[in-house]
Write a new protein. Structure first.
Length: 201
């Protein structure tokens, strides 16, 4: 179902509708501050498996990230964060970055990879933030499969492509084409592993 949600002032009734679907194991396509993503509730194992099938990846090897509401929310899903890393996160979030950090025990087993890490995001997007606030925990996020730019920027094309696979495609306007910048913070020195929308020195 295509659901038009206002990008600046998301309608609470529609946000509630999306969250009710997530709590029942639903899958959504939703806007972020970079590209649109595939999302589900991190506690719904069947929904996680379905997203991995859509992307044709193994959950433990997949590049999936958690979209969190703020830094204290984010810190629940990582091992204790050293001060320099915390400062780095504070400086860059919310924004178009994914930080790879050591995963805490709060990360569901199905997503625990061999490296014991998790990608964490706080996008600067009102719709994504409203969904997480209503849900009360992060949403799992994955990039959309697609060859053409329209496949992951135009909500109507996404709806056409995925309407049999997902419960809601949220139309919050056209999406971006450049993904987030990925910063690996698992060692002493942060390393950029993908240059995306977020500038990095």
């Amino acid at each position: 179902m295509l659901l038009r949600i206002h990008p600046i002032d998301p309608q609470p009734r529609l946000i509630k509708q999306v969250v009710e679907s997530l709590l029942k194991g639903g899958i959504i396509i939703y806007p972020t501050d970079t590209v649109y993503g595939l999302g589900c509730d991190i506690l719904q194992q069947k929904a996680i498996e379905k997203i991995c099938r859509l992307k044709q990846v193994d959950p433990r090897k997949a590049h999936l990230s958690f979209v969190c509401s703020d830094l204290s929310h984010l810190s629940d899903y990582t091992k204790p964060i050293a001060n320099p890393v915390y400062r780095l996160l504070k400086e860059h979030l919310p924004g178009p970055y994914t930080f790879i950090l050591p995963a805490s025990k709060m990360v569901p087993k199905i997503l625990q990879n061999k490296k014991d890490t998790i990608g964490l995001r706080i996008p600067d997007n009102k719709i994504a933030m409203a969904i997480i606030a209503e849900l009360g925990r992060p949403i799992l996020s994955a990039s959309l499969p697609g060859e053409m730019v329209e496949d992951y920027t135009d909500p109507e094309v996404m709806h056409e492509n995925f309407r049999n696979e997902v419960d809601y495609v949220i139309d919050g306007g056209n999406g971006g084409m450049v993904p987030s910048t990925i910063i690996d913070c698992t060692d002493d020195t942060p390393v950029m592993t993908r240059q995306g929308l977020g500038p990095w020195e």
